[in-house]
Write a protein that binds this ligand. Structure first.
Ligand SMILES: N[C@@H](CCC(=O)N[C@@H](CS)C(=O)NCC(=O)O)C(=O)O
Length: 191
């Protein structure tokens, strides 16, 4: 059986848990900043990031590659180039949010006027604005993998109170519209 290593709060893990909803798998909930699980990660995954999977001895790192691996295995259609770009935009925003979150958890003031922080803030504005435009154009009307990834990003931002999304009503509406899927409620990090 496929083993999915992750945590209940990571938006990158949650997208796979939702995508894996109909695939038999074991979910291993890790505390990656605590000694025992960190030692496991160091041994098996040099990126020291979750998610990762293990399937029949094959270890795969990175949500995007795991998605590709599983799509191949299940004969799902590949993403279009437009969808690949949508994922890149979602991941760019997600990575910047993760960085800012970890910096804040290191007790550093991310509001400071520093180049690194302005680059992240600028990227968050451009990526969120583009995602809002794509939502408005109907690009996320189907509950497919890119839409799942967008939902997980937005719900994590709301859950961790990382950004005021009120300037992006389309994103808030999209978020609200998808909150009741069974696989979404089953993976709610607040539960
Ligand atoms: N590109 C990776 C990003 C994964 C990622 O950033 N995961 C975070 C958790 S949300 C992590 O493990 N961070 C640990 C760290 O940065 O030290 C993916 O898509 O899987």
């Amino acid at each position: 059986m496929i083993k999915l290593y992750g945590s209940t709060t990571s938006p990158y893990v949650r997208r796979l848990r939702i995508f894996f909803a109909n695939v038999e798998h074991e979910f291993i909930d890790m505390q990656i900043f605590e000694a025992e699980d960190r030692a496991f990660l160091i041994k098996h995954n040099p990126t020291l990031k979750i998610p990762m999977i293990e399937d029949d001895g094959q270890v795969i790192f990175d949500s995007r590659v795991v998605f590709r691996y599983l799509s191949d295995k299940l004969n799902y259609p590949a993403l279009t180039w437009e969808q690949e770009n949508q994922l890149t935009i979602i991941d760019a925003a997600n990575d910047s949010f993760v960085q800012m979150f970890l910096i804040k958890r290191s007790s550093i003031d991310t509001g400071e006027d520093k180049m690194y922080f302005s680059l992240q803030r600028e990227r968050l504005e451009t990526t969120l604005a583009e995602l809002a435009r794509l939502v408005q154009e109907g690009e996320f009307d189907h509950w497919n993998y890119p839409a799942i990834c967008l939902y997980c990003l937005l719900d994590w931002v709301v859950f961790r109170e990382l950004h005021d999304l009120s300037a992006f009503p389309d994103l808030l509406e999209f978020h609200d519209c998808h909150k009741n899927h069974i696989e979404v409620t089953a993976t709610d990090p607040r539960a």
